[in-house]
Design a protein around this ligand. Structure first.
Ligand code: IPM
Ligand code: MG
Length: 364
């Protein structure tokens, strides 16, 4: 029997709660699929929890375990108690992304029809919205030199041709399997890195992907268009910081950031799968957070980390079905706890509902 090694990094805040939910769902999937494979889970420290225990946000044995696994699931990192310390929890996540070479952060947005009324936007604007953000994850100002000299601070923003090319290719390949359109977002009217970005994306397009439609947008205008006409987008391709900001903006279109999943993948090693929502310290430990972002991230782990497509579809279908039957956590105006929402999804997984919709995001 095939055994997949999955490293779990619960981290901080609501991280442990949603990681437990994702793990339970994965265990049910392993049971349901005729015991053809099993998962071996291994839990390690990251973020603030790791700082408290070891002084380091990414301890060496955590990185070793991640490298040796088939996929990594992360809950969340960060919290107010670590804001003043010499080391920040977020450094652990950034170091992990860099060490595993996870240059492509993929954040699909889908709208559950029954949750359209939870969106802050009008139903006619958000209905049928279906796009995916391809955010470059290991470059830009996140990783440039950071300096503090006297009363002045700076963060260097650096991109090389190769770094832009590889994320652009991933986005074009994904677009081919979807509706065939890429919107590349930059600030080319001001930033030199953005001018390089635009040139390289256009070159990759002309050379290898002229069958895909490409448009360029400036990030300020894009943040407005994303609210005005979110249906216009298919694949949104952008650099690290713009992608961080736009993906949070995008995540609420569907009603709650608690629904949003993400996959970070790179040059062939294990991928990292995590909900978009972060550690949410204000609601941590109360069993009220929404586990859907984490559970869909577990589906992405199966599909893009382990190539278990049918199993990933089953999780997405179970989530759809639970939501269609009225399962709601408090962020969605309901009363279910995180545990009860997870149980409602597991119940549908046992029923074997089939998927209506599947996020298309293949890359080479
Ligand atoms: C995200 C988060 C991280 C980021 C933080 C926690 C460092 O906001 O994954 O979007 O900025 O990349
Ligand atoms: Mg973010």
């Amino acid at each position: 029997m095939k055994e997949y090694r999955i490293t779990l990094l619960p981290g901080d805040g609501v991280g442990p709660e949603v990681t437990r939910a994702a793990r339970e769902v994965l265990e049910v999937v392993a049971e349901r699929f005729h015991r053809q494979f099993k998962f071996k889970f291994d839990t390690h420290l990251i973020g603030g929890a790791a700082i408290d225990a070891t002084g380091e946000p990414l301890p060496g044995d955590t990185l070793t375990a991640c490298r040796a696994s088939d996929a990594v699931f992360l809950g969340a990192v960060g919290g107010p108690q670590w804001e003043r310390g010499p080391k920040r929890p977020e450094q652990g996540l950034l170091a992990l992304r860099k060490a595993l070479g996870l240059f492509a952060n993929v954040r699909p947005l889908r709208i559950y029809p029954e949750l359209v009324d939870r969106s802050p936007l009008k139903a006619e604007i958000v209905e049928d919205v279906d796009f995916v953000v391809f955010r470059e994850l290991t470059g830009g100002s996140y990783f440039g030199e950071k300096k503090r000299v006297g009363d002045t601070a700076s963060d260097e923003c650096v991109y090389s041709v190769g770094e832009v090319e590889r994320i652009a290719r991933a986005a074009f390949i994904a677009a081919r399997a979807r509706r065939g359109k890429v919107t590349s977002v930059d600030k080319a009217n001001v930033l030199e890195t953005s001018r390089l970005w635009r040139e390289v994306v256009s070159e990759v397009h002309a050379r290898d992907f002229s069958d895909v439609r490409l448009e360029h947008a400036l990030v300020d205008s894009m943040s407005m268009q994303l609210i005005r006409q979110p249906r216009a987008y298919d694949v949104i391709l952008t650099e690290n910081m713009f992608g961080d900001i736009l993906s949070d903006e995008a995540s609420v279109l569907g009603g709650s950031i608690g629904l949003a999943p993400s996959a970070s993948v790179g040059a062939g090693g294990p991928g990292l799968f995590e909900p978009v929502h972060g550690s949410a310290p204000d609601i941590a430990g109360r069993d009220i957070c929404n586990p859907v972002g984490a559970i869909i991230s577990a589906a992405l782990l199966l599909r893009y980390g382990l190539r278990l497509h049918e199993e990933a579809d089953a999780i997405e279908a179970a989530v759809e079905s639970a939501i269609a039957r009225g399962a709601r956590t408090s962020d969605l105006g309901g009363k279910l706890s995180c545990t009860a929402m997870t149980d409602a999804i597991i119940d549908r997984l046992h029923q074997g509902d089939s998927a209506h919709h599947r996020v298309q995001m293949h890359w080479g």
